[in-house]
Design a protein around this ligand. Structure first.
Ligand SMILES: Cc1ncc(COP(=O)(O)O)c(C=O)c1O
Length: 298
């Protein structure tokens, strides 16, 4: 079956799907994106992703291309046309195409692209049972990591370093020695006395949709939650570590820079949270947070 992409109002076979050479997403990374999980052919936490997308667009003063409901319909239709059951949909909105000039062009319409694909989760499930390795890398990204832009070069470099070290993820460390997040995930630890710790929202991290969902589910489970920065030393002394993201769900991290976290195996808390999160995604977002409230700050 040929894959179908949504491009600016049309559903096209991949071979015909294209954007302009002077698109600002290509020239300046002047674009934002979302990756939404698909389970049972339906989107998971769609509202959260669309609220975050609108926030990213507004922060960069890129026009909202259509209403939230219309975008949700485009996503659902792209999923349907590609017969995605379990997988992801990628949505990108750039400021538009215009003669190359740094300042914003007048009168351009945003470029909208959506692509969807099936993903075999067997490998991720096996990784979750074993646990994965992380390495640390300096966080060399820009100052507004809360905006989900396609400016992902620093993240790509960190992920490549992880791959070359045989690790799954790179944990990024700020100038003060605190972990900000993973190159494409949020970072968490479970301290020796059982507190679940993750960095608070702010300009230094992306407010992950999975982070918010897991935070809410953990709260409902009665777990003690602390939103504060933590160091690599603290992570290595922790009982457990894990990452959350749309593609990894909840993934236990069992070593950092080759040193074991806790007993070196996947932890009970991460295992429990993964199971609850899987149930949450199978229900497409039941027990969800108040998404609007999640992203009003900062
Ligand atoms: C830098 C960064 N942090 C966190 C996340 C996790 O966000 P989400 O849970 O919305 O997928 C991602 C996802 O791509 C990311 O790129």
């Amino acid at each position: 079956m040929s894959r179908i992409a949504y491009v600016n109002g049309r559903y096209l076979p991949y071979a015909q799907a294209a954007v302009h050479v002077e698109d600002r997403g290509f020239q300046f990374a002047d674009a934002v994106y979302e990756v939404v999980a698909v389970v049972g052919g339906r989107l998971v936490d769609a509202e959260g992703h669309l609220v975050r997308l609108e926030r990213s667009l507004d922060e960069l003063r890129i026009l909202r291309p259509m209403s939230r409901t219309a975008l949700a319909m485009v996503l659902a239709e792209t999923v349907r046309r590609n017969r995605v059951q379990t997988g992801h949909i990628y949505l990108q909105v750039s400021r538009g195409a215009a003669r190359r000039e740094f300042a914003f062009p007048a009168g351009v319409s945003p470029t909208v692209v959506a692509i969807a694909r099936n993903v075999d989760m067997t490998k991720a499930d096996a990784s979750a049972r074993r646990g994965v390795a992380a390495i640390s890398q300096p966080d060399i990204r820009w100052g507004r990591c809360d905006i989900k832009t396609v400016g992902l070069l620093a993240a790509a470099l960190a992920k490549q370093a992880a791959k070359e070290a045989g690790a799954y993820e790179a944990w990024l460390v700020d100038r003060d020695g605190f972990v900000t997040e993973g190159s494409s995930s949020n970072a968490w630890i479970v301290t020796a006395d059982g507190a679940l710790v993750t960095r608070p929202l702010g300009h230094a991290i992306l407010g992950g949709i999975t982070r918010s969902a897991v935070f809410e589910l953990a709260r409902q489970e009665g777990l003690r939650l602390e939103e504060r920065p933590f160091t690599l030393t603290e992570a290595l002394a922790a009982r457990e570590a894990f990452v959350t993201s749309t593609s990894s769900y909840v993934m236990p991290v069992t070593s950092i820079d080759g040193k074991p976290v806790g007993n070196g195996g996947p932890g009970l808390v991460a295992g429990r949270l993964r199971a609850i999160y899987e149930a949450h995604s199978a229900s497409h977002g039941a027990g969800r947070p108040d998404w609007q409230a999640q992203f009003l700050a900062p």
